[in-house]
Design a protein. Structure first.
Length: 145
């Protein structure tokens, strides 16, 4: 299991002297996209009411967008752990998008979200010429108590 990392959120005005220092965010896991999958590796559990970061790693070499969804209370998509989303409409009907991330081809980046109690999932959508295309893959779940 990977150790929790620290990601810095931009803060302050850029002037010296009285500018506030950046706020460190706990990295709760990483999402890796390959040619045929999107996987989430948990490093720690996010706490309800906190802002936390998720690292994005593109091994597909096309770039991808990551969409973080909060699933409706008690809902569980049957293929969630299998890593393949059969119906985007089902996800949209039973979940609410709460944050988005983007990573350029063959790069690593991160995004942050404000977590509340519930179960989250990530939809990874590959890019072609900077636009989403093809089938999105799911990763997760991320559970916040």
């Amino acid at each position: 299991m990977a150790a929790a990392g620290i990601v810095l959120a931009c803060g302050g005005t850029g002037s010296s002297g009285g500018a506030p220092s950046p706020t460190p965010l706990v990295e709760v896991g990483q999402v890796t996209v390959t040619e045929s999958s999107c996987t989430y590796q948990r490093s720690s559990d996010p706490a309800a009411g906190t802002q936390a970061a998720i690292r994005l790693i593109d091994q597909r070499a096309t770039g991808f967008n990551a969409h973080l969804f909060l699933l409706d209370d008690g809902y569980r998509f049957s293929d969630w752990e299998a890593g393949f989303l059969v119906s985007h409409a089902t996800l949209v009907e039973h979940a609410h998008r709460v944050a988005d991330g983007h990573v350029d081809p063959s790069k690593t980046d991160s995004f942050s979200a404000q977590f509340v109690s519930g179960t989250y999932g990530i939809l990874c959508v590959p890019l072609r010429n900077g636009q989403e295309y093809g089938i999105g893959y799911t990763a997760g779940p991320i559970t916040v108590r």
